[in-house]
Design a protein. Sequence first.
Length: 194
Amino acid sequence: MTITFHANGDVTGSGATRFGASGTVLQTKQGFAGNKTNTGTTANSDAPECPASVTITPTSASSKILIMFHATFIFGNANDVGFWLLRNGTVIGNSQRTSENNVCFIVDGMPNDYADWRAKSVAFHYLDDAQSTSAHTYTVRGAGIQGVKSNANKALPKVGASNNEEMVWGGSTASSGTESNAGNMVIIAQELKG
């Protein structure tokens, strides 16, 4: 069995995937977006997707995938904003409580003194099970969650029932003048040895 250690940190060769202790980083992928997207939402529609996504192909089904996410956003009023993490289009990591009106991965609120230039940021981490050696694409969706959702929609990445506002990824709603702001979005996936 030959294992080669490269200057860039890669370890290759027969048996390289078995090298290292549990928790060793096997690979890192990053998705980055510096653009701004502004989506008008309608009641019960799909929550707008963050422009940054990441795809990683695990080397072992027993690996863990660490997701690290940060984004700048603003939602068009003083509502709470729900965020959902998705793997290959399926929601993962949601709260397990089912009695609440909205079930998300994370909830943040816009300030009561909402202003279209005052962007916010959201950040989170999640440790996922690789489950297979097929490619995994991780995305994040977010939108206002005001209003009652049907039971079928409670845990889905859907806009609340009474929202008709703008969801902006990557900055403020204001797009010109002295109070328009821009920010980046980053999602990182690391495969960790199981």
